[in-house]
Design a protein around this ligand. Structure first.
Ligand SMILES: [Fe+2]
Length: 236
């Protein structure tokens, strides 16, 4: 199974000054559509809209709908969960949690879990009781098959705007870590949010972040930008 991750397109409307984020997203879509072989799945790991406005989702969806393969979306801290659901309702599986944008894509070879780490209290990550319980249910459904998890907030130490830790509280993250440590079939965790390529681990599982599709918001070493643009391929 081949998966392409993209993240943090931060579509703003009216457009952010000096930026061309819709153009960046168009170039990303063109790049993904040109991949040979085509990925089985494209996952956008959140911050689709910059200010959670309906018009921003309309503009983003206009571009993202042209992705030729299956597209999965999850919210980031800049997103509005309800508006995101409305804009991408045709892309969410029937099994999606009714409140949170959490779901399982299940194939014989791999289970892909989309986690909703958005908090309405802060721009940090959170997995409330409902989402933790739902995650446990999805892991049970995976029934030992290999699992890849996609989530916006990285569950490892990485500085974003000088803040070293991206979850609301460490006890919440420790609970997540405990669940992971009981499921040795979870193979890899993919995140956005940091706007740069970085890697870490949680419960001994490799986790990583990728750069933002929005060029003006990238935090990567400028010398590596072309090398990193705009996505990369994950093979299982
Ligand atoms: Fe972001």
């Amino acid at each position: 199974m081949l998966i392409t991750q993209i993240s943090d397109c931060h579509i703003a409307w009216p457009p952010a000054e000096g930026a061309d984020r819709l153009g960046d997203l168009q170039r990303c879509v063109d790049y993904v559509n040109g991949l040979d072989p085509q990925p089985d799945l494209v996952v956008h790991t959140g911050d689709i809209a910059h200010d959670g406005a309906s018009i921003e989702y309309e503009k983003a969806a206009e571009k993202l709908k042209n992705i030729r393969t299956n597209l999965c979306v999850i919210p980031g801290n800049r997103d509005d969960r309800r508006k995101l659901r409305d804009a991408f309702s045709d892309r969410l599986p029937a099994s999606c949690h009714e409140e949170f944008v959490q779901y399982l894509i299940s194939t014989e070879e791999l289970c892909v879990i989309m986690l909703d780490t958005m908090s309405t209290e802060s721009n940090k990550g959170r997995l409330c009781r409902t989402r933790i319980d739902h995650l446990n249910g999805m892991l049970e459904e995976a029934d030992g098959r290999p699992v890849a998890i996609f989530m916006h907030h990285p569950p490892f130490e990485i500085a974003v705007a000088s803040v070293p830790f991206q979850f609301e509280d460490r006890a919440n993250l420790a609970e997540f870590s405990g669940i992971l440590s009981r499921h040795s079939n979870v193979q890899r965790i993919y995140c956005g949010h940091s706007h740069r390529t970085a890697s870490g681990q949680i419960a001994g599982i490799a986790a990583s972040t990728i750069s933002s599709t929005a060029e003006d918001l990238r935090m990567d070493d400028p010398g590596r930008m072309q090398e990193l643009w705009p996505s990369y391929q994950l093979a299982f």
